[in-house]
Write a protein that binds this ligand. Structure first.
Ligand code: WT7
Length: 685
């Protein structure tokens, strides 16, 4: 029997605790900016008919337009199978290969065109231009190595821990050619974090590089592979082979020794596969293409599983119509391929459209804040894509810098965190020279591609707002009680998506139950329902919708902190702190930061009889860097005599967050230990 009441939640409710007043103070409604006529004249999508064609009553048929951008070995029989909610199956019966679509199919027309411009961080080092033909050759040879030297086949998982070099997309595409599921771990993550992901995905092979440049120094990266293999072994998992690319082919650039029989220099082994060509493996549309681990509300990251057909169709369509990529464009997304943005919008989307995609090795402000604009000028980049954190950092380091360069962007993207209207306007006026359109794209690792954004050739832009759902995406905002907020109400609530879409992840690797509870249970009115309309996807973000239909994303409603556009779970950092023997309890809170948006502060209490010291605080910080990586390093580790607690013993993170952000902690008299608050304030000074 249909039950119309929202599901009762046994776990702690996640609610939007951002008041309307706060929103009003921070960001008032901004005026519109219009795309230039020159942009519209060349744009891939200007016909408003798309908005009608992609209305909810036409769902899911309109998604065939996405899949039709790809080459299929066999056309799908069913666009969407909803028989087992919320495990949606897209393009069922279709057969496809992602590598074929990103490489082989472009050879006839574009083989001499650059597919990847690899820009080393060291500015005097030559840029490498990898043509589609060269990409084809290198992907084939590496695929042969994976198949014949490593014995990998469709469905096996491989962990990649690679920096931003051309060999990373080459390795991903080689996996895709075989149907091997790649799991790329952000190179800035620690060896231990890499191990956790290799263990969870049961990868027998780890692909890495000896070294790479970051902020002016050549970092030893191979040492992390040794840690990863050793830590995986502690968890009972054996990594058989470590494949090591050389940053400078022919020269080993790491001081770390090779382990005989386990470590192999890719450049050496590849010699056996010279000239090898492999037919792309025909795979079902719903076979997994890759796993991307991301942080959630527990101590363990979750492996988001993305499909071949649905995912590739989604990123190709959005790259073409939201990024406005044409084959002749030079496109630069400054994200790291170790995050979903890089997978979708450096590798798969742009290459499926035969564009030239820039892969930049290092930090944007190295050696100075003019670097990105010099690269853009040199390569004639006309589409640029980055995060608010990078924009804020470039603005602070060199507000006048972009004006000195002769670059011309037609289109710019911002992604990953809310962008303040002043920062948006600097991006628009100074970086884009008031000529480029901007899209503020809201989405998540789980989603595969954009959810909310303006269509650049159709909609006006509004600083601080992502825009409406993209064509085909139908968002809705619910309040904490499960009531739908009226459209355009300007009230804050939990943003959800009413309909499935092909880019959405298929499941959490080895944890389908968590997939259901985390994203669907809260607003599903009837868990027995076979009707997709009963299964809105809950994103975990607070949002408001203005009267014009544009959404403004307010930030996470759960225990996730968005640091510089990268997602960190507070529980993961807390678990890392608890690996230090002296630590009794740990609590992480987000602190506002002028550049990175948010940074973590870590509060710890010690086991009885132990004294706080700088050395101990450093040890805790070191443990976080070991377990996760430098991006999770707390701004401060505050050692407190006790945590502020409710009478039932729950840590009141709200009080700690107020202290870290120099705000009033409010009424603390109901705490079990109100006297500790002053002591914590003292310790945090
Ligand atoms: C979280 C997802 C896939 C993009 C890279 C981050 C926040 C993302 C925006 C935006 C405001 C944004 C949300 C979201 N976010 N884009 N345009 N405006 N907030 O992917 O690591 O999975 O993080 O990033 O809070 O839930 P992610």
């Amino acid at each position: 029997m249909a039950n119309n009441k929202p599901l009762r939640r046994s776990r702690k409710q996640q609610s939007v605790d951002i008041s309307e007043a706060q929103i009003a103070v921070h960001w008032r409604e901004e005026g519109y900016f219009s795309p230039r006529a020159q942009f519209i004249a060349q744009a891939n999508l200007t016909n408003k008919g798309v908005l009608k064609r992609f209305s909810l009553d036409k769902f899911p048929g309109y998604y065939e337009e996405f899949a039709d951008l790809l080459d299929w070995y066999k056309r799908w029989k069913k666009t969407l199978d909803t028989s087992n909610p919320p495990f949606w199956r897209w393009f069922v019966g279709g057969e496809i290969n992602a590598c074929y679509n990103c490489v082989d199919r472009h050879l006839a027309k574009h083989k001499n065109k650059t597919a990847i411009h690899f820009v080393p961080e060291t500015e005097h080092e030559a840029i490498q231009h990898v043509t589609y033909q060269e990409l084809y050759v290198r992907v084939n040879e590496f695929a042969a190595l994976l198949r014949d030297f490593c014995g990998l086949k469709a469905g096996d998982r491989v962990t990649l821990h690679m920096p931003m070099v051309a060999e990373l997309p080459i390795a991903m595409l080689a996996c895709a050619r075989l149907g091997v599921i790649h799991s790329q771990v952000f190179s800035g993550f620690s060896g231990k974090a890499c191990a956790d992901r290799a263990v969870d995905s049961e990868s027998r092979v780890l692909i890495t590089m000896d070294a790479y440049y970051r902020a002016g120094s050549l970092l030893d990266h191979k040492e992390k592979a040794d840690i990863a293999v050793a830590e995986a072994a502690k968890d009972g998992h054996k990594v058989d082979k470590v494949l090591i690319w050389q940053r400078y082919p022919g020269k080993y650039s790491s001081p770390t020794q090779l382990v005989a029989g386990r470590d192999f220099i890719v450049n050496d082994v590849l010699k056996q596969y010279r000239g090898k060509r492999l037919e792309p493996v025909r795979l079902p549309a719903e076979a997994p293409l890759f796993l991307m681990y991301t942080s959630g509300t527990t101590g363990r990251p979750k492996g988001c599983q993305h499909s071949i057909g649905g995912y590739l169709a989604y990123v190709t369509w959005t790259s073409k119509f939201i990024q406005d990529i044409h084959p002749e464009d030079v496109y630069w997304c400054m994200a790291d391929i170790g995050w979903i943005t890089g997978h979708s919008y450096i590798v798969y989307g742009p290459l499926a459209l035969a564009a030239s995609s820039v892969v930049y090795e290092g930090v944007p402000t190295h050696p100075d804040a003019g670097r990105p604009w010099r690269i853009a000028e040199d390569l004639d980049v006309n589409i640029f894509h980055t995060s608010p954190t990078a924009i804020r950092a470039l603005r602070r380091a060199g507000p006048e810098e972009p004006a000195k360069y002769n670059h011309h962007f037609k289109h710019m993207t911002t992604v990953g965190e809310p962008i303040e209207p002043e920062v948006w306007k600097w991006y628009y006026k100074v970086v884009g020279k008031s000529k480029a359109v901007i899209v503020d794209t809201w989405w998540q690792t789980e989603n595969g591609g954009f959810l909310c954004s303006t269509v650049p050739g159709i909609h006006k832009m509004k600083p601080g707002s992502a825009g409406p759902g993209i064509p085909g995406i139908h968002p809705v905002i619910y309040d904490d009680e499960g009531n739908e907020l009226p459209a355009g109400s300007g009230k804050a609530g939990n943003i959800c998506i009413r309909n499935p879409w092909p880019g959405g992840f298929q499941t959490i690797w080895k944890d389908p139950a968590r997939f259901v509870t985390q994203y669907y249970s809260r607003y599903c009115k009837n868990p027995k329902s076979k009707n997709w309309r009963d299964w809105p996807y809950m994103a975990g973000d607070g949002a408001v919708q203005a009267a014009d239909g544009y959404y403004r994303i307010l930030g996470r409603i759960d225990d996730v902190i968005n640091v510089a556009g990268h997602r960190l779970g507070t529980k993961e950092i807390e678990s890392a702190a608890l690996t230090v023997a002296e630590v009794a309890e740990a609590a992480v809170v987000p602190v506002a930061d002028p550049i990175k948006g948010k940074v973590p502060d870590l509060y710890v209490s010690l086991k009885p009889g132990l004294q706080a010291s700088k050395a101990l605080a450093d040890k805790v910080s070191g443990a976080v860097v070991f377990q996760i990586g430098p991006i999770a390093r707390p701004r401060t580790v505050v050692i407190v005599p006790d945590m502020p607690k409710t009478r039932s013993g729950k840590i009141m993170r709200r009080v700690l967050a107020a202290i870290s952000n120099h705000q009033d902690p409010g009424d603390v008299s109901t705490l079990a230990n109100p006297e500790v608050v002053e002591k914590i304030k003292e310790a945090a000074k």
